[in-house]
Design a protein around this ligand. Structure first.
Ligand code: MEV
Length: 424
């Protein structure tokens, strides 16, 4: 019997309602009724809003939202909303924060809220001459940029600086213009992209070259959030733990294989807050990793040192392009609620809090790795997931999870056997 493969070319799909699209998707994929009913439930996000946020919406993807506790940042106490599907992340931040709470918690700062947009000029007859022609127009460029966003200018932001480089590439020299814009409480992507697009024809006219790309850079190295904290040697379990953490950092900073995992752990914390507040996780992640490689060698985003008193001092410096206005931060009701929980008054404050969370996350990961290992802490939550996968319900979940941990076998096959036994 021959079966015809359904076509993925569905004309007018984007014009359908979410429910109609879901039906088409279900027909295509042969979804069962349970899956369709599940997807139809959009939880606490209004389907009409979801449908405006992205294209071709058929449902929403719910991620648990947890609250990290015990964070004292710049002498202020915070509860931190974190959206993540990964177990242990929220607990790790809370534990790290608790262990430095009595020693002033976290101190933070920020380099500014400057975003960079790039304009790529090619086929310039004289690249060095073009570079100077562009630099000479700085005042005109300032006006052109600021006219794009009078509200930003009213808020004290707008054009800040201009840099132009001649870049040697495989395709010949390119003249790369950077406009540096203070985007204040906005993440700023729209503002700087509009400015770059507005400038492009002028740059072509001034130089005789051709502009291709006009887009922000996610390497937001003029928007660096910084956090530091000191954990006393006693609070963390003694000098061996402290030295293990420092050595783990030294390993990461010397070895990209380890640094990737080390920084991934930091981003477990950072991305969870970025997501909870409706900010762009990919922008922050791209910026963080590019910054970690800024010296031509991919290293650690954090630093760990021993203080003269023998305590452990940790610090982080990371690009943090997050905003409080615009996009999902304002539109998504969960993001709005999370920002209320955080009670931050500016994008700078949010960025600084997020940097502290990244540092806390790294502390807990390195402490676990340098001592008992990561699996012990992971296992109890992981065991609960396995218990649920095996079909445990209600009180059975905790009982079965404890049993799996005690057996040292957190596996679905064992969970199925043990569940049968538990149910008699
Ligand atoms: C797991 O998601 C994160 C860690 O691997 C981070 C690290 O190794 O530093 C535990």
């Amino acid at each position: 019997m021959s079966t015809t493969q359904p076509s993925s070319r569905i004309s007018g799909f984007h014009k359908l309602s979410p429910d109609e699209r879901l039906q088409k998707t279900a027909d295509f994929a042969g979804l069962d009724a349970d899956a369709v009913t599940h997807l139809r439930n959009m939880g606490n996000l209004d389907p009409a809003l979801a449908d405006r946020l992205i294209e071709n919406v058929v449902g929403t993807m719910n991620i648990p939202l947890g609250i990290a506790t015990s964070l004292k940042i710049d002498a202020q106490d915070y509860l931190i909303p974190m959206a993540t599907e990964e177990s242990s992340v929220v607990a790790a931040v809370s534990n790290a924060a608790r262990q430095c709470y009595d020693h002033q918690g976290f101190q933070t700062s920020m380099s500014g809220t400057f975003m960079i947009a790039q304009i790529q000029l090619v086929q310039s007859p004289n690249p060095h001459d073009s570079r100077l022609r562009i630099l000479e127009r700085k005042d005109e460029i300032r006006s052109l940029c600021n006219e794009c966003d009078p509200i930003l200018v009213q808020m004290g932001g707008g054009f800040h600086d201009l840099n132009v480089r001649v870049l040697q590439t495989e395709g010949g020299p390119m003249v790369i213009t950077h406009i540096v814009v203070d985007t204040k409480d906005a993440m700023g992507a729209n503002a700087v992209n509009t400015m770059a697009e507005t400038l492009a024809p002028h740059i072509e006219r001034w130089t005789g070259g051709k502009v291709y790309l006009r887009i922000l850079s996610n390497l937001a190295d003029q928007r660096l959030a910084r956090a530091r904290a000191v954990w006393t040697c006693e609070a963390i379990g003694g000098p061996a733990v402290r030295d293990g953490i420092v050595s783990a950092y030294q390993f990461a900073d010397a070895d990209p294989y380890r640094a990737a995992t080390h920084n991934k752990g930091i981003m477990n914390g950072i991305s969870a807050v970025v997501l909870a507040t409706g900010n762009d996780t990919r922008a922050v992640e791209a910026g963080a990793h590019a910054y970690a490689a800024r010296n031509g060698h991919y290293g650690s985003l954090t630093r760990w040192e021993v203080t003269p008193e023998g305590h452990l001092a940790g610090s982080i410096e990371v690009p943090m392009a997050v905003g409080l206005v615009g996009g999902a931060t304002k539109l998504h009701p969960t993001a709005r609620a999370c920002l209320q929980i955080l009670n931050v008054q500016s994008a700078q404050q949010l960025a600084r809090v997020i940097a502290a969370v990244g540092l806390a996350q790294n502390f807990s990961a390195l402490k676990a790795l340098a001592t008992t290992g990561i699996q012990k802490g992971h296992m109890s939550l992981h065991a609960q997931n396995i218990a649920m996968m095996a079909g445990a319900l209600g009180d059975e979940i905790a009982v079965l999870a404890d049993k799996l941990v005690a057996l040292g076998k957190v596996r679905v096959d064992i969970a199925l056997e043990e569940l049968k036994r538990l149910r008699g």
